[in-house]
Each structure stands twice: as C-alpha cells, then as structure tokens.
Write a protein that binds this ligand. Structure first.
Ligand code: AMP
Length: 616
C-alpha cells in the first residue's frame, strides 16, 4: 500500500513529496532526509563523502555568490567579501551586536539603532536573512542534484534559546531560498529525535543535551511526555567551543617553542596544525609536527590539562541549567552529545562523571545528529510517522496595553507553546470607531517599562455607545513560537490581524534583566497599577456623568446639579493629587450622589415608553 503524506501546515495531501531536514549552523550546515526504504535518517553527501557545508558566503567583484568550502578558502585572502558566522546576526539589531561587531572581519554598517543589522559587501548591503538564504539555496541545490528531484519543503533547526525574531528570520531565509518551511525545530529536540526519543506514545523522559560545536556551547534540558517535547531550561556560552581548544593549544606552542610570529600565514598554519593535533589526540596519545622549521609536539595528558578549565566552564552551564529547571543530576534520564567537539575523550568522560551515567547517547555522528533529527521531524510531518507536537515555553509574558498604560498579560511567561488565549475589550468613548492594539513583552505592570513588539489599529468599528462594542483580541503562538495577534469586533464582525515580527531580538541577558527588574520594582509597580486603575475608573465615571448631564438637561434640580458638579471637582483634584485612597473615596461619594439619577432616568424612560413615546 502506498503512503499519502498530509502536510499538517496546509492540510493539503501530497504524494511522494520529500521534506528535508536542515541544520543551519553557525560554522557548518547540512541537509538530511529519511530514506524511504530503510526508514532511517541519512545526511546527504557529495560524491567526496562530505555532508558538511561550511556556512560561509563569498562574493566576487561582480556580486557572484559562492557558498561552502570554496568560499571558506577566501576567508583569509578576501576577508571583506567573505561572510561567516551569519547565524550570530540573525534577528539582531546594531545595538544587540555592538560588542561583537569589531571581532568580525567583514563590514557591518556603522550604526547604533534598533534596526536590524546589514552587512556591506562592495557597494551592496545584505541582511543576515539574505545571507542565510544563500546557504539554504546551496543546500537545496545540492540535495536536488543528488536526489534528482525537486525540493520545496523543509524543516529547519534553530537553537532552543532563539526568540520570535530569530525564528521568524530563519523562516524568512527559507522562504527566500524557495523553501516552504513547515516547521522550525529546536536543535536539542532534533538531536533527541535522531536517537528515536519521544517517538513512543507513553514515553516519559528528562534529557540533557550537551552541544559543544566549533564556536558555541549550548546546554538544554528537555522533557518528553507522550510525544511532547518541552524545553525546561537552556544555558550555554555563545563564544565557547572547539575553536577555543585550538587557540589554547596555539598559545601553548607559541610560548613553549618560541613561535612568536606576526606573519599571518604562519599563524594560520599554527591554527590548522593545532586543530589537526586536537583531532589526532582524540584517538592517539601523542602528536608531533613541524611549523616554520620548528618541531612542535604535545601529549594527550598535557593537552587535557590545558583543556580542563574550558570544560569546567561547560559544567558550570550544566549546573545552572539544572538549577533553572529545578532538577537534580539524578533527575536526568539520558544525556545526548551533539557537536564535533564532543569527540574529545576528556569532554565525554567529564560529562559522564558529571551526570553520573554509565552511558551517553553519542553513537550518531555528532556533526550530523541535529540534521538527522530534523529529517525525522520532516518525516513525521510528511505523514510517515506518528503525529507529534514540539513544545516550547515563552521566555517573557505577552500582553496588551490597556487604559492608563497598564500591561494586561494574556500569555504569562513560561506558558507552553503552541498556545491560544482570547480576551474581550470594549471602547471607552461614544462612537469610537477605531481601537489601538499595542502588543508588549515583559513582566512590569506599566507598558512603558516593557518592550513593544507591535501595534495596529482595528478600524471601522460601527458607531456605538462606549462600552457596547465587544472587541475580542486573540494571541496565538504557533509551534514555531511565532505570535499572531487578531482583533475582532464581535457585533459587526470586522477583524484585523498581525504576525509579530519584532524590530529586534532580546539577548538572554536582556531577558534576565527584564525578569530581575520586574522583581525589584514589584512593590512600586503594584502601587502604580493600583493608582492607575483608580484614576482610570474615576475618569470614566466623570466622563459618564458629564455625558449624562448634557443629555438629560432638566432631569436634575439646580441643587442636585451644583452638589454633583462640586463633587466632580473634588474628585478631579484627588486625581491630580495622585492619591489612590482619596480617589477611591471620592469616586464612591460621586457614585452615591449619582446613582439615584440613573434610577430616575430609568423610571422616566419607562413611563414615556408606556405612554407610547420613544425612548431617547
Ligand atoms: P561543529 O560546529 O559541531 O561542526 O563542530 C566542529 C568542531 O568540532 C570543530 O572545532 C572541530 O575542530 C571539532 N572536531 C571535529 N572532529 C573532532 C575530533 N575528532 N576531535 C576533536 N574535535 C573535533
């Protein structure tokens, strides 16, 4: 019997459609599929057997693009035209990267704003999205060539800590490359999937994913329950990896063998030899070579002593991740190893010891395991496997601005993703025809202290008295962590929606700072919120009574009118004085004074109606 694939993103039925899994990495990228015959994931390889495509893009003087190993060769000779590590810039603003811009050898436009970064090559400006799309296009073409079929659908992986903007940027890069990105999957989730974790219906497991690559270290703690992956915590260091091991060895040789050269080509040779030595020592006890006429050597024991401080730094991240997840080492059922640097025996042994385990999941190629998992996810989406959900949590609360600049939280922080929440709002002015929907992210009570993600106007609300329109605002976060906000006036059916593509991303430190701020300011915030709420309520009552008196001239006696006006003035003064208790007291007094008027108006209206007259 043949298989029919259902694309759960579009609901359409497709036959024989290949969906590829892509690991779009900082240093290397690769593409994988699940083989139809063996049902096993497989990295797509060139004839030379290589699956990894260096994530490097080179532009020649005419703007022609080369990607991969051929582009890497130009890193030294043409640094301004050769772009690497573009993943670090995805969804980032100039402000976000101001500390790192100098360490890159290509040109980032000099700016210090919230706008998304652009890279200048010759006279052309490229966004990280465009640059990533070149890498994706290259992968797509390679796969099409090798598999001899058209490829238009993909699952792409991102680090678990990527925020909305970074995920959206990755999705856009896929679109630009001509790929329909069916899902964005977290890298640690993909690595676990590659080992078949989470595929059993009743499986419950807590997994630590240790990912030490060339330039970055990520620690993630995941929980699988009934095929649902949840990220409990992430930690890591975006500037720690195999490159640092090479650098440590270089420095050791420079001081021990007196190779103190400023010559770039010698330094380059030294770096390459250090990397060769590191790899050699993963399987041997001693390494020796020649650099610039001098012999260099190192034993495994000495190398391991040099590496210890670096590996200890990764352990500190593991400890922090466990703490954030409120777990003990003993709660971890499984440890998955990802990234080329986990081939270093000392790394493996240290992690085994730290997690107190007999065995680590490291049998798959650590450079390929994320792409293999993405292929498994693609296979699930193609309908070839059990339906599964991938869960994430929101790092910060998401909400709307309401009267008085208050934050009304719809999705609290740490909520599970996907998620959908709706809440009703109304107008506060008669005949109000539009409503501004401002979406914020953060933990503070006043929106001015949080971060604005987007804003739009719901227009065309039919004229109605204040308080009558029912505007339902819905927040929908899809499985990729992308937020869609919809506002709909229920009586008239008019609706508007927006996909949130924030102006720039937040770093982990900023998220932490925002959480910290919310704690330190909690008491102040509560007081401000209480005052704002009291003032808003008072102002609404003043507006209502003013309207009432204008409309129903003659209903109140002169005495009543002057008493009311005097109390209204007292209340206005209390609002100006920003005294919450006084505002509440005077609002109540005004309410007591005005309540009988409303009752009288009702009687009036009733009498008139019974006389067959129209109600005003
Ligand atoms: P990744 O970013 O996951 O591709 O990891 C690449 C890093 O893994 C680079 O720093 C490589 O030098 C390192 N690496 C690759 N193979 C080995 C090996 N056999 N032993 C130690 N490190 C390795």
């Amino acid at each position: 019997m043949g298989k029919i694939a259902i694309n759960i993103a579009t609901g359409s039925i497709q036959k024989n459609d290949i969906i590829v899994g892509i690991d779009l990495g900082t240093t290397n990228s690769l593409i994988a599929i699940v083989r139809e015959d063996t049902k096993q994931p497989l990295a797509i390889r060139e004839i030379d057997g290589l699956a990894l495509v260096p994530s490097v893009v080179h532009f020649d003087e005419y703007g022609n693009v080369t990607v991969g190993a051929a582009a890497s060769e130009k890193l030294i000779s043409e640094p301004q035209n050769t772009i690497y590590s573009v993943k670090r810039l995805m969804g980032k603003s100039y402000k976000d990267i101001s500390n790192h811009a100098d360490s890159l050898s290509y040109k980032i436009i000099d700016d210090n704003t919230d706008a998304l970064v652009k890279i200048q090559v010759n006279d052309t400006f490229y966004s990280p999205i465009e640059l990533s799309s070149f890498i994706l296009k290259e992968l797509k073409q390679r796969a099409e060539h090798i598999l001899k079929t058209n490829i238009s659908k993909a699952v792409i992986t991102v680090p678990a800590y990527f925020n909305d903007t970074q995920r959206q940027a990755t999705r856009d890069a896929g679109k630009l490359a001509g790929l329909d990105v069916l899902r964005i999957v977290n890298e640690p989730t993909a690595a676990s999937l590659a080992y078949g974790m989470g595929l059993q219906p009743n499986e419950e497991k807590t997994i630590a994913v240790y990912d030490l690559g060339g330039g970055t270290f990520d620690m993630s703690i995941l929980k699988i329950t009934n095929g649902i992956f949840e990220v409990l915590a992430t930690n890591g260091d975006t500037y720690l990896g195999g490159d640092d091991m090479d650098r440590i060895l270089m420095e050791h040789w420079q001081s021990k063998f007196g190779i103190n050269s400023n010559d770039n080509s010698i330094l380059q040779e030294l770096r390459l030899t250090a990397e060769t030595a590191k790899k050699h020592l993963s399987n041997n006890d001693f390494f020796e070579s020649n650099i610039a006429g001098k012999t260099v050597n190192i034993s495994k024991t000495t190398f391991e002593a040099l590496l210890k401080p670096l590996i200890d730094r990764t352990l500190a991240c593991c400890t922090n991740a466990l703490k954030d997840a409120t777990l003990q080492v003993t709660d971890i059922d499984t440890v998955v190893m990802v990234g080329g640097s986990t081939r270093v025996p000392l790394v493996k042994n240290t992690i085994l010891q730290f997690f107190n385990k007999k065995e680590l999941f490291d049998s798959l190629n650590p450079d390929e395991v994320v792409a293999l998992g993405a292929a498994v996810q693609a296979d699930i989406l193609a309908g070839n496997n059990t339906e599964m959900l991938l869960l994430d949590v929101t790092p910060l609360s998401l909400g709307l601005e309401t009267m008085g600049g208050l934050m009304d939280v719809l999705i609290p922080r740490n909520s599970k993703v996907p998620n959908k929440v709706g809440r009703q709002y109304t107008t506060h002015i008669d005949g109000q025809s539009s409503m501004r929907i401002s979406v914020f992210q953060g933990e503070r009570d006043l929106v001015q202290d949080n971060r604005k993600l987007a804003e739009f106007n719901l227009t065309g609300i039919p004229g109605m008295p204040a308080g009558l329109p029912k505007v339902e605002v819905t927040f929908l976060i899809d499985a990729d962590g992308i937020l869609k906000v919809t506002a709909k006036e229920l009586r008239s059916g008019i609706a508007q929606s927006i996909d949130i593509t924030p102006k720039y991303g937040l770093t982990d430190e900023q998220v932490e700072q925002m959480l910290l701020d919310s704690l330190t300011h909690a008491k102040d915030d509560m007081q401000v919120r209480a005052l704002t709420e009291a003032s808003t309520e008072a102002q609404q009552m003043l507006d209502t009574i003013e309207r009432f008196m204008k409309k129903n001239d003659g209903l109140l006696s002169p005495d009543e009118t002057s008493t009311t006006l005097a109390q209204m003035q007292i209340l206005r003064e209390a609002i100006t004085a920003r005294n919450k208790n006084l505002i509440q007291k005077e609002t109540e007094t005004l309410n007591d004074i005005s309540r009988p008027y409303a009752e009288r108006l009702m009687d009036f209206a009733l009498k008139n109606a019974m006389n067959g007259k129209k109600i005003i």
